[in-house]
Ligand binder design. Sequence first.
Ligand SMILES: [Fe+2]
Ligand SMILES: [Fe+2]
Length: 332
Amino acid sequence: MGAVVTAEVAGSAQVDRFDAVIAGEQRIEPRDWMPDAYRATLIRQIAQHAHSEIIGMQPEGAWLTRAPSLRRKAILLAKAQDEAGHGLYLYAAAETLGVDRAELTGKLVSGRQKYSSIFNYPALSFADVGVIGWLVDGAAICNQVPLCRCSYGPYARAMVRICKEESFHQRQGYELLITMMRGTGSQRRMVQDAVDRWWWPSLMMFGPPDGASPNTARSMAWRIKRHTNDELRQRFVDMSVPQARHLGITLPDPALSWNEERGSWDFGEPDWSELERVIEGDGPCNTERVERRRQAHEDGAWVREAALAYAHRRGAEGDRRAAGEPATEEER
Ligand SMILES: [Fe+2]
Ligand SMILES: [Fe+2]
């Protein structure tokens, strides 16, 4: 970790500047002084976000070889590739805070850092690909659009591009569902079944209810977070209900009803004990997801070694060229 100034030795001028940048809606950049707790919160949040992008390729990845047409396969491949890219931007953003990616990956595969609990559910049919795009990417967009205004510069800038790509994912998912809903009765049943399984876990993506989310207030004061979990969840429900109607599917919540006074949809309470269980490692696919990531990381060791050896050689070559020495036989 780089030189970290602790709050105790930081001068009050530094603290004042930090507070003024936050209050003035400007950005904190990597070389700026920041409180240790701000840095630690961002490292945890960005790492967890990066891990979610990478692990998030797995549920749908299972359908890459079984896509029903070349067009659907190309779309799904492009999406998986986007998610890998999101992971890379985010690990790079975390690195500006003084951690390295290898360390974060180590924490993920040893279970010391988490990823979004939603990716511990299986994708059982091709309709799940559409529902994940519509609901999971949709929930991710609700969560992430406000992060484009996060007070930490590198995170905010990474989110701008990520959000643009996420909105493509949501549209492709919705388009797949529209196509299936215009198909046969069994295709429509596949869509309804997938919605029944993904709806509640999607609502849980916004985290526990505000009363059980002790860190929210501090993250909001630091302008990392802009809205509470419950506000974002409500926004997602309000956005999804008309889309569900348009599709012709039923959301599996008997408590859903329009609240004229609030101008919003009332909805039922997710089963928070399920969220706790999945976070604690007892979801349907937790072990499989982490194990697969660990195996992929080990299988990729030779690529990292080769890339490093190549970078060293290029470095040595550059040094010699700068010193006016001829290239070696090997370099030619
Ligand atoms: Fe993503
Ligand atoms: Fe996505």
